[in-house]
Design a binder for this molecule. Sequence first.
Ligand code: DSN
Length: 420
Amino acid sequence: MASSNVSSALQKADPDVFAILQRETKRQHDTLELIASENHVSPAVLEAAGSVFTNKYAEGYPGKRYYGGCQHCDEVESLAIDRAKKLFNVEHANVQPHSGSQANQAVFLAALNPGDQILSLNLNHGGHLSHGMKVNISGKWFNVAQYGVSQKDERIDMAEVRRQARETKPKLIITGASAYPRIWDWAGFAEIAEESGALLMADVAHIAGLIAAGLHPSPVPTSQFVTTTTHKTLRGPRAGLTMCKGDWAKKIDSAIFPGLQGGPLMHIIAAKAVAFGEALRPEFKQYQQQILTNAKALAEALMKHGYRLVSGGTDNHLMLLDLTSGHADVTGAMAEKWLETAGIIVNKNMIPFDQRKPMETSGLRLGTPAVTTRGMQAAQMPTIAGFIHRTLSSNGDTKAVEKVRSEVRELCDQFKMPGE
Ligand code: DSN
């Protein structure tokens, strides 16, 4: 197999990097990956990502390149495009964005001018930095208004979205989040966008796999633009994807190249083609269904231990645990560290109306895509919730955490990583 050849070549040529890779492989095997935006790709995706396409320059698009020797780049990029279009039932797909941020920037470059007004979800309520954070290019180049969740039920306050849209008259309304556990009301946003004359963009990075599997409504019919990363629930390589209605195709393509990027990462595009192919198979729907089942089971088990979850639970692959109820002195940063020592990998996260700073936070974000890839099911979720509870309620006590660590390792040994 190519991957083992690559490994042994690397071992010989560069034992230092090889050893680091070995350690990272072991870390991933020995820990429970609960970061909601991470996943474990298949050996096929990994092989394509590590393929000879990394040697090739292919600026341009299939059939219109600025370099010779691009015939196989054309084949693989066309295949990735066709599969993406089929997967999301969308009129146009550009598979070249290197990342989710660049997938979003392509929309900004295609549809906006500096100084234009945008309306997006508040970062502290689950939004994303590329949707208008002050220090991000999106916040520096555009006027940003933000909607949030309501204090009452911690769900997106559609009345507030409408009020802000009327008041600020945005050119673009951005939907989508990096930490929102509920279903999006795409039709509600479309109505508001239409009413206020705004374009609509959905950044579905977190929920792309659920949408592709038909387990979360799709924003494709109601949005001019749909962007995503390809490595979260979609379980592809680390990269981006910009999709749009046919009448925006030309503008989006020229925004990505030559507007934002030079040579596309053809090895990653090949890996996207593989991942989209995997996502078109029936097993992928079962996998996405299991992610949801596991998330519900984890949420219920945590609530049984007395934890409060933002909005009272989850409809998707992630949940936000509010540490202020029950662990008022514990910050998200402390909890993240203790859990990491126990072999449970999570990230601290702001919760809506958080009183703490982003480097501390009062919340943790937990997600089930990666543990589900390893084959864990609802039966394992109470065990994981128990590990989390023991770690947090011990206040990071070394002995207690060590005991959890060894049990986490035992659990990990029972569930293979892809390719093992
Ligand atoms: N950093 C990603 C996440 O964890 O959700 C978003 O870009």
